[in-house]
Design a protein around this ligand. Structure first.
Ligand code: 13P
Length: 254
C-alpha cells in the first residue's frame, strides 16, 4: 500500500518565532487527534528547519522538509543551500520544482533533474511538483506538459531511486487562487501520471508511488479530492499556515 501524505508548504511566510509556535500547535494536534497511517510533512523556510526537526522528535508521523535546495553539492554559491546542509538539520524531505520556482526563478526541468539527484544522494526525499498553467489547460496541452516534466525531471532515475520520490500535481491556475481543480479534473491527471510511471517503470512501482494534489486545498474540499482513487494526499499552501485547518486536512485520512 502506498503512503498517504499531507504536506504543508509554508512558502516565504512566518518569522522564526511564528514558525516554531505554529509547528508546536500542529504537533500537539497531530499527536492528540490523528490516528490513521497518514504521514504529515511540514515544509518550511530554511531558518525553521533545525528547530522544527527537534520538535518533531518523538512524534512518529511528523517530518520536516525544505522548500528548495541548490543543485551543486558545495562551493562558491553565495546565498544558496545544499542538500547536505538541509539533511544536517534533521529534515527528511525537500520540495523540488514548485511552480513558483519554475516561474519566478527560471528553474528548468534539466536543473530540477540535478536537484533531484543531489537530494537523493544525501537521503532527502524529493517532493517533485508538476502541473500546467491556465493557458496550457485551456489549449489542452496539459498531458504533454506534465509528461515532459516527468520525463526530464525524474524519469532518468533508476527504479530504486524513483521509489524514494513523492510526486505532486499542482495545476498552476489553482495555486493560491481559490480555484481548486474539481476532484474529477485532479483524478484524471493523477491517473495519467500513474500511467506514465507504469510505462516508464512498471505497474508495481506506479501503484506504490504517492501522488499528492496541491492547489487551494482546504478542509472543505479535501475529503472529495482525497477520496479519488489516485490522489494520495495533498500539498497544502495557504491552509497549512493555520494549525486547525491543516490538521483537519490531515484528519481526512483518519
Ligand atoms: P495553496 O494551497 O495556497 O493554493 O498553495 C498550493 C501550493 O502551492 C502548495 O505547494
Amino acid at each position: 500500500m502506498r503512503k498517504k501524505i499531507v504536506a504543508g508548504n509554508w512558502k516565504m511566510n512566518l518569522d522564526y518565532q511564528e514558525g516554531v509556535s505554529l509547528f508546536s500547535e500542529i504537533a500537539h494536534m497531530v499527536k492528540d487527534e490523528v490516528y490513521g497511517q497518514q504521514e504529515v510533512v511540514v515544509c518550511s523556510p530554511y531558518i525553521h528547519l533545525y528547530a522544527l526537526a527537534e520538535l518533531s522528535k518523538g512524534i512518529d508521523r511528523i517530518s520536516v522538509g525544505a522548500e528548495n535546495l541548490y543543485q551543486e553539492e558545495a562551493g562558491a554559491y553565495t546565498g544558496e543551500i545544499s542538500a547536505k546542509q538541509i539533511k544536517s538539520t534533521g529534515a527528511s524531505y525537500v520540495i523540488v520544482g514548485h511552480s513558483e520556482r519554475r516561474a519566478y526563478f527560471g528553474e528548468t526541468n534539466e536543473v530540477l533533474a540535478q536537484k533531484i539527484d543531489v537530494a537523493l544522494k544525501f537521503q532527502l526525499k524529493p517532493i517533485y511538483c508538476v502541473g500546467e498553467t491556465k493557458e496550457e489547460r485551456e489549449s489542452e496541452q496539459y498531458f504533454e506538459v506534465i509528461r515532459e516534466q516527468l520525463q526530464k525531471g525524474v524519469f532518468h532515475l533508476s527504479a530504486e531511486a524513483f521509489a524514494q520520490v513523492v510526486l505532486a500535481y499542482e495545476p498552476v491556475w489553482a495555486i493560491g487562487t481559490g480555484l481548486t481543480a474539481s476532484p474529477e479534473q485532479a483524478q484524471e491527471v493523477h491517473a495519467y501520471i500513474r500511467k506514465c510511471v507504469a510505462e516508464k517503470y512498471d505497474e508495481t512501482l506506479a501503484n506504490d508511488t504517492t501522488i499528492l494534489y496541491g492547489g487551494s486545498c482546504n478542509p472543505k474540499n479535501a475529503p472529495d479530492l482525497f477520496s479519488q482513487a489516485d490522489i494520495d494526499g495533498g500539498l497544502i499552501g495557504g491552509a497549512s499556515l493555520k494549525s486547525r485547518d491543516f490538521t483537519d486536512i490531515v484528519k481526512v485520512f483518519n
